[in-house]
Design a protein around this ligand. Structure first.
Ligand code: ZN
Length: 194
């Protein structure tokens, strides 16, 4: 296997994943590949749905104020204690070159399990609070375009239409499986680890 980033409107981006119960060596390898892809594409975070996997996990490199990065795997993340509101521009590796302002809570607390099975939690604000909310949305099949104001939705509509056309043409060429085949594959993977 070799994971790859899927683009809108691939159906796996709408998949709501169930909590992971089992983390095995193969999953750890996929997670290592997710970090590689995230760095290759200069992303801040990457969710399993974005690499066509039905698992409740995302990866992120969390930098502190000194700029030192720490790789974090967020398994079964839960957001609590949301406060404030902020609107900032967001993008997504599954929507290349599309950016739009999204309104979200400004501060959150996120708890999750790491690959070592230990629970951890972070109080976050600003960029990372936004990024974590964006990634947890992915695990619920929610995309940042769902959270845009009507005016901002309209502003990116043509760019979305382009992505839809690209997707349809890849599908016609056989590069992307049909919906039923994708659903069967996700169900099979899910049954092993959740
Ligand atoms: Zn995204």
């Amino acid at each position: 296997h070799c994971v790859q980033i899927i683009k809108y409107p691939h159906p796996t981006l709408r998949y709501k994943s169930k909590p992971l119960k089992r983390v095995d060596r193969e999953l750890k390898e996929m997670i290592a590949e997710m970090f590689d892809l995230m760095y290759t594409h200069d992303g801040l975070g990457l969710a399993a749905n974005q690499v066509d996997l039905p698992y409740r996990v995302f990866v992120m490199n969390v930098k502190d104020e000194s700029g030192d990065g720490q790789e974090r795997v967020f398994i079964n993340p839960v957001i609590s204690r949301k406060s404030g509101q902020a609107e900032e521009s967001e993008g997504c590796l599954s929507f290349p070159e599309i950016y739009a302002p999204v309104r979200r809570p400004e501060r959150i607390v996120v708890s999750a399990y790491g690959l070592d099975g230990r629970e951890f939690s972070y109080a976050m604000d600003g960029l990372y609070a936004r990024a974590v909310q964006h990634e947890v949305d992915h695990l619920d099949g929610v995309l940042f375009i769902d959270r845009l104001s009507p005016a901002n939705q309209l502003a990116i509509r043509e760019d979305l239409d382009d992505l839809v056309r690209e997707f349809e043409s890849s599908r016609r060429l056989g590069a992307i499986a049909g919906d039923e085949e994708i659903a069967a594959r996700l169900a099979g993977l899910e049954s092993v680890r959740t």
